[in-house]
Design a protein around this ligand. Structure first.
Ligand code: AMP
Length: 193
C-alpha cells in the first residue's frame, strides 16, 4: 500500500440538488483513492432490490423528503466501521445536524476526523436547468418539477445550516460550481489539503 493510501481521509461533498456532486464525487474518489459513498445511490440500489429499507425509502425519496437519520446513519456506519484506515468520499451525507453529529461520533470512534467539507455553489437557475436535463437523460423518479422544488426547500432548511457547522470547525471550503466539469474539478483540487 502506498504511504498516501495508508492514511485516513474523509472528504464531504455538499451542495444543493443539481450542483454536480455526483460527477465530481466519482472523479475525486478515483483521483484520491477514496471509497465513494453516495447515500442517494445506496438508497436507489436498496429500492431497486426491493429490500425492507428500499421499501421504506421509496415514497420518501419520491416526495423529495429526507429518509430518517437512524436509517441513513446505520447504512453509512456499516460501510465506514470496518474500514482501516477510513478513506472515504461522502456524497450527499450528512444532510441534517443529527447526521453530522452522528458522523463526528462515528469518526471519533474509528480514531479519525474530517479532512474537509467541499460545498459546491451554483445559481438556482442553473440548478433547475441541470436537473431538467438529468431528468431527460436518466429518468430518475425524483427529478420532476414538484419534487425538485421540495428537495431545494429541504436542502435550504435542513442541510444548508451544516455549512456553518463545518465553517466553525475550519473544515469548510466553498467552491464555485459554475462552469465545466474540468473547471470545477480544478477548483476543488486547489482547496483540498
Ligand atoms: P441524492 O441522490 O443525494 O439527491 O438523494 C436522493 C434522495 O435520497 C434524497 O432526496 C433523499 O430522499 C434521499 N437521501 C439521500 N441521502 C440522504 C441523506 N443523507 N439523508 C436523508 N435522505 C437522503
Amino acid at each position: 500500500m502506498s504511504a498516501e493510501a495508508s492514511r485516513a481521509e474523509v472528504v464531504l461533498l455538499m451542495g444543493p440538488p443539481g450542483a454536480g456532486k455526483g460527477t465530481q464525487a466519482a472523479r475525486l474518489a478515483e483521483a484520491r483513492d477514496l471509497r465513494k459513498l453516495a447515500t442517494g445511490d445506496m438508497l436507489r440500489s436498496q429500492v431497486a432490490r426491493g429490500t425492507e429499507l428500499g421499501l421504506e425509502a421509496k415514497g420518501i425519496m419520491d416526495a423529495g423528503e429526507l429518509v430518517p437519520d437512524d436509517l441513513i446513519v446505520a447504512m453509512v456506519a456499516s460501510e465506514i466501521d470496518p474500514m482501516r484506515p477510513v478513506r472515504v468520499l461522502l456524497d450527499g451525507f450528512p444532510r441534517t445536524p443529527g447526521q453530522a453529529a452522528a458522523l463526528d461520533t462515528l469518526l471519533t470512534r474509528d480514531g479519525t476526523s474530517l479532512t474537509a467539507a467541499i460545498a459546491l455553489q451554483v445559481d438556482e437557475d442553473e440548478l433547475v436547468r441541470r436537473l431538467a436535463s438529468r431528468a431527460a437523460e436518466e429518468g430518475r423518479s425524483d427529478d420532476n418539477e414538484v419534487t425538485i422544488r421540495n428537495r431545494m426547500k429541504v436542502y435550504r432548511s435542513q442541510t444548508q445550516p451544516l455549512l456553518d457547522y463545518y465553517a466553525e470547525r475550519g473544515k469548510l471550503h466553498r467552491v464555485d460550481g459554475m462552469g465545466s466539469v474540468d473547471e470545477v474539478a480544478e477548483r476543488i483540487d486547489e482547496v483540498l489539503p
